[in-house]
Write a protein that binds this ligand. Sequence first.
Ligand code: ADP
Ligand code: MG
Length: 764
Amino acid sequence: VMASMAHLQKEKLRLQEELLELQEKLAAQENNEMSLSLQMQGQVDTLKAKLLEQAQEISRLRSELGGTDAEKHRDLLAAENERLRQEMKACEGELRELRRQQQAPCRDCPHLQENAGLQEQLSQLQREAEETRAKLVELDLEVQQKTNRLAEVELRLKDSLAERAEEEERLSRRLRDSQETIASLKSQPQQIKYIIKTVEVESAKAKQALCETQSRNQYLQEQVGMQKQVLKEMEQQLQSSQKTEAQLRAQIMMYEAELERAHGQMLEEMQAMEEEKNRAIEEAFSRAQVEMKAVHENLAGVRTNLLTLQPALRTLTHDYNSLKRQVRDFPLLLQETLRSARAEISQAIEEVHSTNRELLRKYRRELQLRKKCHNELVRLKGNIRVFGRVRPITKEDGEGPDAANAVTFDADDDAVLHLLHKGKQVSFELDKVFPPQASQEEVFQEVQALVTSCIDGYNVCIFAYGQTGAGKTYTMEGTAANPGINQRALQLLFSEVRSKAADWDYAITVSAAEIYNEALRDLLGKEPQEKLEIKLCPDGSGQLYVPGLTEFRVQSVEDINKVFEFGHVKRVTECTNLNEHSSRSHALLIVTVRGLDRSTGLRTTGKLNLVDLAGSERVGRSGAEGSRLREAQHINKSLSALGDVIYALRSRQGHVPFRNSKLTYLLQDSLSGDSKTLMMVQVSPAEKNTSETLCSLKFAERVRSVELGPVSRKAELSSWPSQEHLEGDSLGSAAPPGRGHASPSPGHLSNRSASIRRKLQTSG
Ligand code: ADP
Ligand code: MG
């Protein structure tokens, strides 16, 4: 508002200045015009006086003209002409001056056009004056010529008059003489005759002379008449020149009238300009008034604004002052606060330090205790654990009685599962059972501890066992939206490794292999068809290795995804029917975690083997032939071998038959010693799959429920029921050799679990 007010005031000042300027200009113009009109009036007056003078002169001349003295008249005319010419010149000069003066102030006047018209008129008048002057000059010349002629004629007249007078004189003298002679002769009469004769003679002579003189006289008289005529002509010429003069006077009058008119026009223009000026002044005045009014209104608004702003300003100033005070005091306050805060912080740090020390001490003690407990637990549970996972009924199971649910669970015990098979309910107890609604996440939570132990240098095997379609691949691989153990395990490893990065350097590598018909193939290699061999390490450590098996170093989830995709693509391109093929081969994902403790230089190596086993269904029984039979035999052999090995391990037998299959041989390191093994037994709950489900669950329970005693160890030294035996069990036709405890009946189960719980209690 202040800015706009200032702007308006500035505008007002400018307008006032403009107004003043305009007024000054107008005044100057008025003055100019006034002086011009005065000048013009003066000129007109002088011209009038001159005209009067001329008229007087003319009348005088006219009165003097009676003298008919041509010479005098000519002189007078010449003088008059000269005077007129000079006046003309003066007039012209004045006119020029006038024009110049008129032009000067009216440069940007709107009446310029009218002025131009007037000027043109003036120039025309001038031209006319010029013409008149030329005529005058001409007339002058003529007068001169005539005067010259007149002078000549007069001279001649004078001469002839003088001659005549002389002649008359002479004649009169002779007459006198003759008369005297006559008289004398009369007085002398003798001689009269003679004398008369003489006189007569002499008178004849005189008479002749007289005649001559008379003729001469006649001639002279004629001459005089001629001269008179010339004089008359001259008078006529004079009259004509007088006429011209009158004409000239009339022209002058005309000029005067013109001048009068121009003056009138000028006056009118002046009037009009005056009016315009007045109007402009009025307009400017009214505009200025309106603007002033607006400015006043603005001012009033601004004033009210200012009035309303003043209290706010006051409070602001107050606030500002208080803030300023605060700011001034702030450094001191800050220093004070900082000092106290520093003291507090150092005290707190001290306290935290001592607490930390105490905590660290406690933590170490707890850690040792936990390790001890863990070892104890592991010892009690054994390194081999068996989980069961029941998949939900899917669309593929179809509809009707075949797709009915045959599996139920115990609400109080998450390790127990009941299967309704051929009208009989059979119960099984495993280490844990996942119902159909268990999520991948939940499953992985149970597996997590195993996976992380791999970082500490333990070897771990996780197997998915079960008939085709029971959910092995789903559990191990999962779907893109809901990944299984494989990807989750690697993610966990990455995050664990990252959290330990301060002290440890870890390298995680991944290999993918497949065992089909007892042939090991590299899924990440350049030549997947190539069969790989398992060999003993040449360093004598007794460890096994697979020459040519590709290992990829992975550092992120993206890397794993790439590896999985790569392996998957290999598998897909290699077989015409992936589903069938995958169900008849074991798929292995081998993750190796190598660690280096930077402070101690301690090195650890842990292996995590994630195995999606071939379908455990009994193909061979249905009279399969050729390659199908061969596949079935291989699968049967390798799964039996795995069962044997696990059984042997769990019952702590001296000899473990690792070499009975490629799978167990390859995993020897990861199954023996303090390695940890998890068997995830997948089952389908559908009615039509109950016999296969029964087989799978029997396998699970047998793996798990091996008695851990020296007697049983010995007793089970070389016996593990083959897949065929499992079938036999399921049908309940023949009793398995020496394995009464495994017969799945509710009574058995409760007795056995009670005995195990007892055992746990006593050893705990
Ligand atoms: P397998 O590998 O044992 O032959 P799959 O893992 O291929 O069996 O599973 C067969 C079908 O059942 C697949 O379509 C899979 O998505 C589905 N499936 C298996 N387990 C589950 C589960 N826990 N929840 C949902 N669907 C499952
Ligand atoms: Mg599968």
